[in-house]
Design a binder for this molecule. Sequence first.
Ligand code: FES
Length: 380
Amino acid sequence: MTENAVKPSVNPPLWLLAELTYRCPLQCPYCSNPLDFAAQEQELTTEQWIEVFRQARAMGSVQLGFSGGEPLVRKDLPELIAAARDLGFYTNLITSGIGLTEKKLQTFADAGLDHIQISFQASDETLNAALAGNPKAFQQKLAMAKAVKALGYPMVLNFVLHRHNIDQIDRIIELAIQLEADDVELATCQFYGWAQLNREGLLPTREQIADAEQVVQRYREKMADSGNLANLLFVTPDYYEERPKGCMGGWGAIFLSVTPEGMALPCHSARQLPVKFPSVLEHSLEHIWYESFGFNRYRGYDWMPEPCRSCPEKEQDYGGCRCQAFMLTGDASNADPVCSKSAHHGTILAAREAANQTQIGIDQLRFRNRANSQLIFKGQ
Ligand code: FES
């Protein structure tokens, strides 16, 4: 494909996600990192990351997220933040809060960090510890949420919901209010990576989701009455939808993710696809975004088979999520099985049914840690 053929119809990547590392002190069983992350130990150097930022910014990227793993384990994080800020990015740190200190927060503020999102596993210490695999995590998160607020950052708290904590959603919202969060993301598990591996033990039932929706609505009304402006965003799993989500706003449309070792991806889950994705160590971001096979593979509509090809909704949902189509049908070109028009929609119906039957407890989930990752890498 020539540069002239592609560039006019492709906008630059507005959103750059820097997955700085796969190292993480927690072991959440719904982590979106790849199952075989332990097989990948290389990380880009400080200079290599800054070069990626520089190229992305020159192309027109405006927002840069630092994530992982746990990005705080990178000792050069203040340097990376400062470089990104100097380039003019709006910067966002996505963290568990483990490893954070008031001193580090001040350093990040001095470096120009714009925004911090802290994730919680639950509203109480015991369940948080069981899910995170770390008994001290909850108190640390509370302390750091207060410190973030004290520094004047917009405070975003993220709670990942699943069948083991969604019934506590009232207590989760109470905790967020108590911590004076400005934005609260109540995000039900999306089934990628470790969450997909543990799906049967994590997918809430339809009734659990409906109950949680009512609670969220009650709190929204209560907060509007009291003048409390905390914004509650409730994200439900697409497993209970009949039409798929327009994943990533379209393949290679606005989002570019770079893995710890420098692989460029159109979404955080794409490395599992049987598609060769380019490395930022071998190609310029400009080439990767506009010219590479991986980023062009599912752009536009020509690649679509039926039922998407003739579907009037394809311009809203782009056929759904390529990674979900691959995971559930074995072919990333297929319609996302969430769609009731998909010949594979039965996989979604079966998952809903399994959610009603399952007795899988937290202790039976496969936790995201090096030992489990190595076993999976060896096919066990
Ligand atoms: Fe990869 Fe949806 S997560 S396309």
